[in-house]
Design a protein around this ligand. Structure first.
Ligand code: GAL
Length: 942
């Protein structure tokens, strides 16, 4: 068998150990290496000798993926393997990268030395100075080789590495992401002292929340070592247990770390220790004695230019953005991240589910036949992966759960991984989602369960397992959604409704939104972020790779803005006596780090502002405060807004950063004076055949006409969810409705136009009656819509569409904003007066789709010339192209602004968003089921 098809994790590799920062000399081998790519794996390994002439080879940066440097191309599949499922064999066409690096080794490396690879996708074979060193598989796991005797300190050395794109390991690495190969994480040479080397350290730093005491034991196998924590006055021996009477605990809210030095005669290792205790007790996942609620996201490592090679700046940015959006937990889907990421999670404060580099999802379409998770021949490889993760990451206080992997079916090898981890690290509970019996784990975890099912689980009324013993055990477990709320395209909807369940049921301890970032690869030539199929892959899953809360360039999407609001750790709202209610939802910290500022706006215009004194409201406490008494008399709709902002800089955001906000109505809009209707023809012109408005004063217009269509969102398409509305809508012809004028008549002062709007090939329709009047210089449309025959599906939208000259650029509105909002994703939109260029109202989803709707709009102006006022609140969309153009576009550059017109939708309502691109559809209360309905708008020139 060829070595890269062996099921073993490799050969010649050193035992797994912690990632350590030591004073032993290290030499980064990152940089420019010689590189050549072959199409097959069986090309002669002629390049390993020291004096092989590689001057004709290309040059490639290490770390990187070769596909992102013009060798081959990225390919995206979700579940399917892009090669025949014939484990452990891989095709002869197996892109193989040969790498060479010539480097000077300083004299400090004269003794033992270790060559360390943090990540190589997917199988590497190594030679040093012509001598064979070993083989390793496990792309997102470290591999270390002893190379001391092979090195030539003081002179130049040659490192030769062969990397195969496909290997037996590829069967274990079927995560939903781009297939990208090469040495994609750091390569380092680490000197090892000949005696007294600290090869491994295992920190056990426990915290007793009842007494406030800490207990520390640092195991240092293989050498005598002294452990010091100067701040706590600790000087101990390796393996010795020390009790500290009072210690400050580590949590994601207060990530208190203590510097620790582990020293032997020949080496110093520095660590940052966090004291904390994680247990599953009384059916709850607890950190430091408290039920934690995980406000989490799933994070793949991704950079739009460099793929899974991520810089420290990107890692830090991710954590800053998470913290700034009230995220407190991250699941490292679906592999251990770069080790620096976990150091930053310790330091900045995030709870981590560290997940093993294991996914065999491609066996699912084959009904799990020959799944490695259940085949004894693969046990060693699977347990080795778990061992390498746990050993590497065991000293991080941020890691609160180990996860066996993702979507790998069920089977004995998962049991073996769990047994190994339990034995090695009993201090952390175990997680794995795909075996619902939970036989190997400590928490019940699911993905994409509907609200209804989560509610049932919360009540302890979930469907039973066949095995009564396992069922009883699972009922005692806390519940997590390791994935929920699929953030693909416009969405997800229903976040607040999940949050309500997490708050209602103690057992439901939160979850992790899928997922953090769109994996769109920047294509500068074509001017877009590429998704599956954009590189000509024969088998691919399209834009399913673009399902993140961040756009690929790390701009927050509207979904993330909504998530921030839903996750707010401080709730600001109306109190019982007409005052304010402030609730501190932090688990461990008071509110002294926040300043509460308030302002009052009358119809969006600032009136008065001030600061509230909330003080050090303790964790979990609620305060009722009177409204500020400086409120002046107002005559129009007026709101009080209170914002909780950071009082001083935090390591992840500057002072002034908004953590939470709330709004209270202070005065309602005054009742509208009844005005006398007059002749609409004095103000406007209508098409004499159709009754469609063509001109208001001097302003040409097209429409308004009834519109029910929207460019389907990914969630409307419902690729993997139970609800697939867009196909239904297209089949019903909602994208090609026809208008028939039934009658046009003057009734008193009004023009009444009756129409029937319906799709081809069907007898269902909508009867739309437009009543036009004029009132004090405004042209008023009252539209009444009645279904003709029965509609058994919700509509995408219901309202009118019209076009205004493109010169009317620039929109101002009084309503909710500033961002887009839909019925089930609207918490983040506050009432105010906003203005925006039309271009900035558009959200550039990687696959263009419905976007940009502003909700609860009272009035809007276009180009400072046309004013539209709703008799009731309406939803407003203004775009430089039609919904049809939006639906037809495959990438944002396909959308070309209409030179003549801006297209405006004013809707009574839109269908909610839901999360059916992978998961449940729109909840009943956010559906736009058709009933007799209407809209009244007043149009006037300014
Ligand atoms: C889950 C899977 C993720 C991702 C997601 C859909 O089933 O664990 O890796 O594929 O669905 O985007």
């Amino acid at each position: 068998m060829r070595y890269y098809e062996e099921r073993s994790p490799g050969e010649g590799v050193r035992p797994a150990r912690a990632f350590l920062r030591s004073d032993a000399p290290t030499l980064s081998l990152n940089g420019t290496w010689a590189f050549r790519l072959s199409e097959r794996a069986d090309v002669p390994a002629d390049f390993v000798d020291r004096d092989y002439d590689d001057s004709g080879w290309d040059r490639l940066p290490v770390p990187s993926h070769w596909q992102l440097h013009g060798y081959g191309a990225p390919a995206y599949t979700n579940v399917n393997y892009p090669f025949p499922v014939d484990p452990p064999f891989v095709p002869d066409e197996n892109p193989t990268g040969d790498y060479r690096l010539r480097f000077e080794v300083p004299d400090a490396f004269a003794g033992d030395a270790v060559l360390r690879f943090e990540g190589v996708d997917s199988c590497l074979r190594v030679w040093v100075n012509g001598d064979y060193v070993g083989v390793s598989l496990g792309s997102r796991l470290p591999a270390e080789f002893d190379v001391g005797p092979l090195l030539r300190p003081g002179s130049d050395n040659v490192l030769a590495v062969r990397v195969h794109q496909w290997s037996s390991g590829s069967y274990l690495e079927d995560q939903d992401m781009w297939w990208l190969s090469g040495i994609f994480r750091d390569v380092t040479l680490v000197a090892r002292p000949p005696v007294g080397a600290i090869d491994d350290v295992f920190v056990h730093a426990d915290y007793d929340s009842v007494t406030g005491a800490g207990r520390l034991r640092v195991d240092v196998p293989g050498t005598d070592a002294r452990v010091t924590v100067p701040e706590l006055g600790i000087v101990a021996l390796g393996g010795e247990t020390v009790t500290i009477e009072r210690v400050e605990a580590w949590s994601a809210e207060i990530p208190r770390l203590y510097d620790c030095v582990v020293a032997s005669a020949s080496e110093h290792v520095t660590l940052r220790i966090g004291f904390r205790r994680v247990v599953v007790e009384d059916g709850l996942l607890q950190v430091n004695g408290h039920r934690v609620q995980l406000h989490g996201v799933n994070r793949h490592e991704f950079d739009p230019d460099t793929g899974r090679t991520v810089s420290e700046a990107v890692m830090r940015r991710d954590i800053e953005l998470m913290k700034a959006h009230n995220v407190n937990a991250v699941r490292t889907s679906h592999y251990p991240p770069h080790p620096r990421f976990l150091e930053l999670c310790d330091e900045l404060g995030l709870y981590v589910i560290d997940e093993c580099d294991l996914e065999t999802h491609g066996f699912f379409p084959l009904e799990w036949r020959r799944n490695p998770s259940d085949d004894p021949d693969w046990e060693h490889a699977l347990v080795d992966r778990m061992r390498r993760m746990v050993e590497r990451d065991k000293n991080h206080p941020s890691v609160i759960l180990w996860s066996l992997g993702n979507e790998s079916g069920s089977g004995r090898n998962l049991g073996a991984m769990a047994a190994w981890a339990r034995e090695r690290d009993p201090s952390r509970p175990l997680h794995y989602e795909h075996d619902w019996t939970c036989r190997d784990v400590d928490v019940y975890s699911r993905m994409y369960a509907s609200h209804e099912e989560v509610d049932a689980i919360g009540r302890g009324e979930e469907a039973p397992l066949d095995d009564p013993e396992l069922d009883a055990r699972r009922r005692r477990m806390p519940f997590l959604l390791c994935e929920y709320a699929h953030a693909m395209g416009n969405g997800p909807g229903g976040l607040a409704d999940y949050q309500a369940l997490f708050e209602r049921h103690p057992r439901c301890q939160g979850g992790f939104v899928w997922e953090w970032i769109d994996h769109g690869i920047r294509d500068t030539a074509r001017g877009f972020f590429a998704y599956g199929g954009d590189f000509g892959e024969p088998l691919h899953d399209g834009n399913f790779v673009a399902d993140g809360l961040l756009f690929p360039d790390r701009t927050p999407s509207p979904g993330l803005v909504e998530l921030k609001k839903v996750f707010e750790p401080v709730r600001i709202g109306a109190g019982t006596d007409g005052g304010l209610r402030i609730e501190n939802r932090f688990m461990f910290r008071d509110l002294s780090h926040l300043t509460f500022v308030w302002f009052v706006e009358e119809e969006g215009a600032p009136v008065v502002a001030g600061e509230l004194r909330v003080g050090a409201l303790p964790a979990g406490a609620v305060a009722e405060l009177p409204l500020p008494d400086e409120l002046p008399p107002v005559s129009r709709e007026t709101w009080l807004t209170v914002r909780a902002v950071l009082a001083v800089d935090a390591p992840w955001a500057p002072a002034g950063h908004e953590v939470a906000w709330g709004q209270l109505p202070v005065a309602a809009a005054p009742a509208r004076a009844v005005r006398r209707a007059s002749d609409p023809f004095a103000l406007a012109e209508f098409d004499p055949r159709t009754g469609v408005l063509t001109r208001l004063g001097s302003l040409p217009l097209i429409g308004p006409r009834l519109d029910v269509w929207r460019a389907p969102t990914d969630n409307d398409e419902g690729y993997h969810g139970p609800e697939q509305l867009a196909p239904l809508w297209r089949a019903a012809g909602l994208d090609r409705m026809r208008h028939r004028t039934i009658s046009m008549a003057r009734v008193g002062d009004a023009l009444v136009v009756r129409t029937r709007v319906a799709p081809a090939a069907s007898d269902i329709g909508l009867l739309a009656t437009y009543t036009w009047t004029a009132e004090d210089g405004a042209l008023v449309l009252a539209l009444a819509v009645v279904p003709d025959r029965s509609w058994d599906f919700p509509l995408p939208r219901l309202g009118v569409r019209f076009a205004v000259p493109s010169a009317l650029e620039g929109v101002e509105w009084f309503g909710r904003g500033p961002g887009e909002a839909y019925p089930d994703s609207r918490l983040a939109a506050r009432v105010g007066r906003f203005s925006s260029a039309v271009a900035d109202l558009q959200t550039p989803y990687l696959l263009p789709q419905e976007n940009g709707s502003r909700t609860e709009v009272r009035w809007a102006t276009l180009g400072g010339r046309l004013r539209i006022e709703g008799r009731a609140h309406f939803e407003l969309t203004v775009r430089p192209w039609t919904s049809e153009a939006l639906a037809a576009a495959r990438h944002p550059p396909d959308l070309v602004p209409d030179p003549d017109w801006l297209w405006v939708n004013a809707d009574v309502a839109q269908q909610g968003l839901g999360s059916a691109s992978c998961g449940p559809g729109v909840l009943p209360r956010y559906r736009l089921d058709l009933a007799a309905s209407g809209l009244a708008l007043a149009f006037s020139l300014i």
